[in-house]
Design a protein around this ligand. Structure first.
Ligand SMILES: *Cc1c(COP(=O)(O)O)cnc(C)c1O
Length: 388
């Protein structure tokens, strides 16, 4: 798209610096390009970033893989159900089906677009094993009531933190809350990127051990461990039918340097969000709420919703922005609208009024560190022109 139109402002674009490039080249020259020393360093750096010595950080090749590993390690399987939000990407829910368990989708809080704790409480049944909240757009989900519900019913919490690096909740970084596991994404458009990649963190040593084993074929020791062993080391045991979810050192090389920039990236995205919020205040738009007092919002997304007073609808506004050379997106087409989820569970949009209402009126504006101030002003001007 951007190649065909040099002036096109894409919806998202990673910011890859010289440090990332040098580290990738160093990896390529090193003789070890799959999971090894750099993936281990990225894991150690990630745990240090979160600042909690009790955390195990496990690098994986996607957040989807991480969510799958976390639920598998918790023993979730056929006959169980997991509660999550309808207002998310399908990856959040599909991993539950990988394990033969079922998904209970619930509606969102209309202000934050995060999972509604009251709807979670109503959905808990005898087969419920876990709650899977999403920190939508980079704003922390309402974790305290979710933790209370989980405590009362003996449920695990696995956080989908694909948008939430760095995000705080009650002053604590997401990743250090009291959940069974928290999963971050380093997909190309996320707040830091390794192209494809993810990280699972947990304080539970047994859970960490199971996830590490299942990350690489159910092997009792990994290839790098054998490569660096001081004695002949051809022997390993297969203890489970595991997966192929390890992160390569090439990807980890990117992650090591992206992580160092995570706070600066967040500040830049927060500045863009603040500019949008100030500049769009008088337009017929609902802008996203900032973080709770004292908290940090990762600002992965900046979703706006058209009010009923707007002179055109969402699809019309997307077309106007595109005509002005601006890419935008929609987060999300709710899962209850997707044929697989709708048909499997016989879902009706009327049971998800807040998600449905938001979906019909929302679009996500470009918000990324590679945007210049002039790019932000161009988006503002195009919105003003379309909505005047
Ligand atoms: C991106 C994303 C995922 C999946 O991340 P991958 O690393 O691409 O597997 C999961 N959940 C949400 C909410 C996401 O935005």
């Amino acid at each position: 798209m951007s190649a065909a139109r040099p002036d096109f402002l894409p919806f998202a674009r990673p910011e890859i610096g010289e440090d990332e490039i040098v580290e990738v080249v160093d990896t390529l020259r090193s003789g070890w390009i799959t999971t090894g020393a750099k993936a281990q360093r990225f894991e150690a750096d990630f745990a240090a970033f979160l600042g909690d010595k009790a955390l195990h950080a496990i690098a994986v090749n996607s957040a989807t893989a991480g969510l799958h590993l976390a639920l598998e390690a918790l023993g979730i399987g056929p006959g169980d159900d997991v509660i999550t939000t309808t207002h998310t990407f399908t990856a959040t829910a599909e991993v539950v089906r990988y394990l033969g368990a079922d998904v209970k989708l619930v509606d969102i809080d209309p202000a934050t677009l995060c999972i509604d704790p009251a709807a979670v409480e109503r959905a808990v049944g005898p087969a419920t094993r876990a709650i899977l909240p999403v920190h939508y757009g980079g704003r922390a989900a309402d974790m305290a009531p979710l933790q209370a519900i989980a405590g009362r019913h003996g449920l695990a919490i696995v956080e989908d933190a694909a948008h939430a690096l760095p995000t705080t909740c009650g002053g604590r970084l997401v990743g250090t809350l009291d959940s069974a596991a928290t999963v971050f994404s380093f997909y190309a458009n996320k707040t830091i990127t390794t192209g494809e990649g993810g990280m699972v963190v947990t304080r539970d040593a047994a859970l960490a051990r199971r996830m590490k084993t299942m990350r690489l074929h159910g092997m009792s020791r990994d290839a790098f461990d054998r490569f660096t062993a001081t004695r002949p080391s051809w022997y390993y045991e297969i203890v489970a039918p595991g997966f192929k979810y390890n992160l390569t050192d090439i990807a980890a090389a990117l992650g090591i340097h992206q992580l160092r920039r995570a706070h600066a990236f967040q500040q830049r995205r927060a500045a863009i969000a603040a500019r949008y919020t100030a500049a769009l205040a008088d337009l017929p738009l609902v802008v996203p709420p900032g973080p709770a007092d004292g908290d940090t919002h990762a600002w992965h997304l900046y979703p706006v919703r058209l009010t009923d007073e707007a002179p055109l609808d969402r699809d019309g506004l997307v077309e106007r922005l595109y005509a002005a050379g601006i890419g935008c997106s929609v987060h999300y087409i709710p899962l209850h609208q997707q044929p697989y989820w709708r048909d499997r569970y016989g879902l009706d949009a009327r049971d998800f009024p807040h998600s449905q209402h938001a979906y019909e009126r929302m679009l996500s504006l470009p918000i990324y560190t590679a945007m210049r101030d002039a790019d932000v002003e161009r988006v503002v001007a195009a919105l003003r022109a379309a909505l005047a």
